[in-house]
Structures are given as C-alpha cells and as structure tokens.
Design a protein around this ligand. Structure first.
Ligand code: PRX
Length: 647
C-alpha cells in the first residue's frame, strides 16, 4: 500500500535554511565527524571559555561516560538574554497570553534581563548558591521563565514540577533532590478556575523529607488570601523589590547541572532526569532553529506547560537562546470557547505553532467551524510532539488548521533526550502523516530485536540510538547507577529509548509507542508502578495492576485491576472512591479511566504479574491472550475476561 507523501511546499523550500541536499550533506558530515560537526555548531552560542574537548563518550558499562564541551564555560541566562541586548533589546522575548483573553503582555529582552537579574539577586540574598536545588511549582506566568533563568544565572539547579501534580507528588520531588527553596504562586488560573498552588505547597511541606526547604517565594497571581507562614513564606514581589537590575552571572562548566526534571519510568518512583549546561543549550537551540526553520520575525508558540521537557527546551531555552519571540499561554484550548488557540494565533500573528496530538484530536471533535471562523493567515509551520499522531488527526491539522499550506513537523523525542531526535526538517524532508521520518543531525537511530540484534532495511523492532548527542541526559539525580541500568544495560553499547518503532522502505521512522510499563496519557508519561503503589496505599486494596488501553482522545487511557482485601465488597461507590484516591495521590492526569475488580491477578509461578495478558483483556481482545500456560493459576484469566465482557 503506498503511503501519502507530502513534499515540502515550494514556497516554503524557497525560504528554508536547510533544503534536501543540505540535509543529506550535513547529516553525512555529522555522523562521519561528530567532533568537527558539533564543534562548529557550538559556535552558535556564547562561551566565556570556548571548549576544546568536544566529545568524550563511552556507553561501555564498565567505562561509562557522556561528556560534551567539557572544558567550556558559559552561562545559559547570558545566552538567552544578555547577548541579545545589543541587537534585540526592544524585541519581544516573552509574549504572554493570559487565561483571560483580554490579558496579554509583551516582555522585551531588556525587561526580561531586568526581571531575571532582580530575582537572581534576591535568590542569592536568600542564600541560594551554585549547585543548590530550587523547586518551581508555578502556573504559566512570566515568573516561571524568570525563575528558570534566574536559577541558571546563579548556577542553582531548578526542578520544575507541573502545577497539576498533587501535594504528595510535589513532596516526593522536593525531598528527592533536597530543594532549599520553592517558588510558587497563590493560585493558578486555568480555564477560569483556580488551582490552589500555595495550599498544595503547604500540604507538601508537611510531608516527611521536606524539611530541606527553608524558603517559599509566593507570586501573587490571583490575589486570593493565602496563609503565609513566617519566616518561611515570602512574597516574591517583596523580595525582588529594590534588587539591582544587573546581576553577575555564574561561570558554569559545560557539564555542570542546569536542571532536574522528574519523569516516570517503568519501575519505581519518578526519576530525576539530569541535564547539564553546554551540550543541552547547544542542542536545544540548534534543533529549535533547524526543526522550526526559525526566522527573525517569527512569533513562535509552543503550547506545552513549563512543567514538561517541551516547555523547557522549546518554550524557554531553545527559543530564547535563539533570540526568538516565544509565546507563553496560561490557559486551556477550550476557554472561553474551543476557538481559543486559533484566536490567539490571529491576535498575535503567530507564525509557528507547536502542540500535542491529544489537543488536536480534542479540537478536531468540535468540527471545522471553530477553526474556520478565524484567519490563521500568519501561520507558516505546524508541529506536534508527545505521542504518535494518527493520520486522521494529522490530515485535519494540515487541511483545516494549516489550510493545506503549512508543513507539519512530527517531532519524536523524550525528557531524556533533551531535544528533538527524529523529525522532518520542514524545507528538506517529505512528510508522511504519522511518521516522525528522519533523524536530526548527529543522531543515529537503529532498530533491534528482543535479543539486541540490529535489524536492517524495512523492519520493526525496539528503537535504540547508537551514539550520543549533546542534549542527552547525563544522570538520574542521586542515582547514577539507575541511569546506566535503565538506558544502557538492556542493549549493551546502545541507548534504549523504551519505544517500539517501524522503519519503512524509505528509511522513515514510525514510532509505535512504549514497549515498557510506561503509559502515555495525552502525551504525558505515567509509570504503571506509580499508579499501582497509589492504589495499594488505600486501606481496602490488597493488590493492583495497571496497564494502558487505547483511548480516542488521550491516545492511551489508564486501566486498573484491583484486588480488594478479604471481606471487602467491591461496589460502585468504592470504585469511584479509588478513582478519586489516585487522582488525589498523584494528580488529575493519573485518574484511571477504568477500574475492574480482580479476584486474582494473572501471575507467573515466580509471582510476576503478566501485564501482556492484562493489556489484551483491557483491549477486549480475549482471543489474543497468547500463551497462558506459564501462569500459576490460569483460572484467574477466565474470570477477568468474563467480568470484562460483562462490564
Ligand atoms: O513514547 C514516546 C512518546 O513520548 C515519550 C517521551 O515522553 P516524555 O519524556 O514525556 O517527552 C514527551 C515530549 C518530548 C517517547 O518515548 N513520543 C514523544 N514524541 C513522540 C512520541 N511518540 C510518537 N511520536 C512522537 N512525535
């Protein structure tokens, strides 16, 4: 079956920085001579001291290291702000669009400089030093970007925690990295509703392990009356007020940590993914410029929250390092109505729009009219990230949102990769709906079978990356061994992504989804183990197993099997209670879509839960259970199947 192919439009190619022959030449160069290639790319940023040692990488388990630009010195905030001042001082750096459609602000590079310096000075005054950890639990307001950049300016390591996470999830993340200071807001505002951020911080700081926190800075956003606990809690405004407008930046080594970002894995608690300074910035800025074919006059909008890696690399660091105008949106796509995205595009004449398939699917369901009553004439390029995009949603995005004019870059990457690894450079690579297509410069993807044998040509297998790239994560915070074990032990000598993937006859990559126990709900990663441990923390639950199931809007939904303690009756009220319980323990994104009582769970004789079987039951495909002969008690499967069918 031939697949539809969308070649880059001629007028786009005419203005594009990288065309088909450039891609071929640069890609070949980048894998033939990675040192030379990445030494040249590093010149796009400003160094206090230029690196001479470009790359030092070994994936060998007994001699493991990943180092880029090791002897270079730089400061990320200087690169994102100061160096633009002579030429772009009055250019809008941050274009903020509030939850309320009447609220927006243009923050120039000069203003950004002042705000970041004042906060950086305030943090230093509060005793925050290079290497200290600072947790940010903020809504999508300019202060979120100020805070990230202020930390970067003084060498503090930020850990942004998504505002939708619960007090428990926040507490775990604060405790794991031992944060000294937390920056939050009185309340967030989303879709006209309040999010009780400060109250959540108060609750989190009552949990064990959080006594490391000395100070909580509170941004006044909604103006709600929130209790302030002295001397711990301070108003952001008050500490920043009167601080000098300039601040000496810390000289950072290229391999000094820039930030920690927690993400779910297949086992255990969320991992603190650690990114460092030089390689991360070079990679975020270069991929941002190439993948979005950035122009000086672009108004670039990435809808991701700063609580996710996309918000780090492609809302804050990449665009600002490139001197771009980056739009930050506080609200949601359906408030005040489902035209909001398109209205914002018209209001600010957005040229590049980058969002998630789950949002596209949700808006597609509302029909064409809410899109068509807006102009969107400013748009020239669209992007997606976070999960596979189904071809139907791709075509709607292309035809209805982009009026069949705008190329779509389907960008595949991960929290761990720091930046985009596979995507069609829009002026160079023909797009195929549902395929992330070709690797970025220097990236060497490959497919392996279950035994780690490399697969050639058109094939399907597990996606690995054979060599390092500068934006790669360097460690799991506080547990380097876990980093090595998680990513480099499955297939020795290779980075294992955890994703399944198909490569077609043209060498284009099609990500098929996670092959491990990670669920991708609306482009957000959740570990089954996390949800299971939330469930078993309930006094009435004996055991739980969680799997992903197909979901029309979210891509994947959460399907939980729960075994209750002896004598407890599983009725509808308890089902709802448990669903709410998980929501409260982790956050709304972890709310189970289905919860089925399981008198027993299918286990091997050694006691391992066979999720493969549970996935098939959840998908309602009982005829595809495969081999159940290794189960300790095959009878439990029949019961589960029967109950599933009767639901
Ligand atoms: O399964 C892949 C999926 O999202 C995972 C990474 O999730 P996270 O670390 O939260 O980062 C998301 C934003 C970069 C991947 O392992 N994924 C991400 N982008 C795509 C994707 N799956 C298919 N196509 C994509 N474009």
């Amino acid at each position: 079956m031939s697949q539809p192919v969308y070649p880059p439009p001629q007028d786009f190619v005419a203005r594009a920085a990288i065309r088909a022959d450039d891609y071929a030449r640069l890609y070949a160069e980048s894998v033939r001579d990675p040192e030379g290639f990445w030494a040249r790319v590093a010149e796009r940023i400003d160094w206090f001291r230029k690196p001479t040692r470009i790359r030092d990488v070994s994936y060998a388990l007994d001699d493991f290291r990943i180092r880029w630009y090791e002897d270079g010195e730089l400061n990320v905030s200087v690169n994102c702000i100061d160096r633009h001042l002579p030429t772009r001082g009055d250019k809008t750096a941050l274009l903020w669009e509030g939850d309320d459609p009447d609220a927006s602000r243009h923050i120039s590079y000069r203003e950004l400089h002042r705000e970041v310096c004042r906060l950086a000075n305030a943090l230093r005054n509060l005793g925050v030093k290079k290497g200290d950890r600072v947790t940010l639990y903020l809504p999508m307001i300019p202060e979120a970007a100020y805070a990230m950049l202020a930390c970067a300016r003084i060498g503090a390591i930020h850990s942004v925690v998504f505002g939708g996470f619960s007090p428990d999830a926040l507490a775990g993340r604060i405790a794991d990295c031992g944060s000294k200071l937390v920056i939050t807001a009185d309340e967030g505002l989303r879709g006209g509703r309040q999010v009780p951020l400060k109250a959540n911080v108060d609750e989190a700081l009552r949990r064990p392990g959080t006594t490391c926190v000395e100070t909580v800075l509170v941004v006044r956003r909604s103006g709600a009356a929130v209790p302030m606990q002295m001397p711990r809690d301070r108003w952001y405004e008050a500490v920043v007020d009167g601080q000098p407008d300039t601040c000496e930046p810390e000289r950072m080594g290229a391999e000094d940590p820039l930030f920690i970002l927690y993400t779910s894995g297949s086992t255990g608690k969320p991992k603190g993914v650690l990114h460092t300074t030089g390689g991360y910035l070079v990679y975020a800025s270069y991929t941002h410029a190439c993948v979005f074919d950035l122009k000086e006059d672009d108004v670039y909008w990435c809808t991701a929250d700063v609580g996710w890696i996309t918000g780090h690399s492609y809302l804050v660091y990449g665009p600002l390092a490139n001197g771009a105008t980056t739009l930050m949106f506080e609200g949601v796509p359906n408030h005040p109505d489902v035209s909001r995205f398109w209205q914002v595009i018209d209001k600010h004449r957005v040229t590049v729009f980058y969002t998630a398939p789950t949002a596209i699917r949700a808006l597609m369901r509302e029909g064409d009219a809410p899109v068509k009553r807006t102009s969107r004439a400013s748009l020239r390029l669209l992007g997606t990230v976070g999960e596979p995009i189904n071809p139907e949603a791709w075509r709607w995005y292309h035809e209805v949102v982009g009026d069949s004019r705008c190329p779509i870059v389907d960008t595949w990457w991960q929290t761990e990769t720091g930046g985009i690894l596979i995507a069609p450079l829009p002026g160079a690579i023909p797009q195929k709906p549902g395929s992330a297509t070709k690797p970025f410069f220097g990236v060497r993807p490959a497919l392996v079978d279950a035994d780690g044998r490399l697969l050639e040509g058109a094939a399907e297998g597990n996606l690995v990356i054979l060599d390092s790239w500068p934006g790669q994560m360097r460690s799991v915070y506080g547990d380097h061994q876990r980093f090595i074990d998680t990513y480099f032990r499955t297939y020795p000598g290779m980075y294992f992504t955890g994703d399944g993937c198909r490569r077609d006859e043209d060498g284009d990559y099609w990500i098929t989804g996670r092959v491990d126990d990670v669920i991708n709900v609306s482009g957000h990663r959740l570990g089954t183990a996390e949800i299971e441990s939330a469930l078993v923390a309930h006094p009435k639950v004996a055991e739980a197993a969680v799997v992903g199931c197909p979901h029309e809007l979210k891509g994947q939904g959460i399907y939980a099997y729960v075994t209750l303690k002896a004598g407890v009756e599983g009725d509808e009220a308890l089902r709802q209670e448990l669903i709410q319980w998980v929501r409260k323990e982790i956050g709304p994104i972890a709310t189970p879509d289905h919860l089925q009582w399981a008198p027993g769970l299918p286990k091997t004789r050694s006691g391992k839960i066979m999720r493969r079987i549970l996935r098939k039951i959840a998908e309602n495909q009982p005829d595809q259970l495969g081999d159940t002969s290794t189960l300790a008690d095959p009878g439990v499967v029949a019961t589960l199947v029967e109950q599933r069918m009767n639901r």
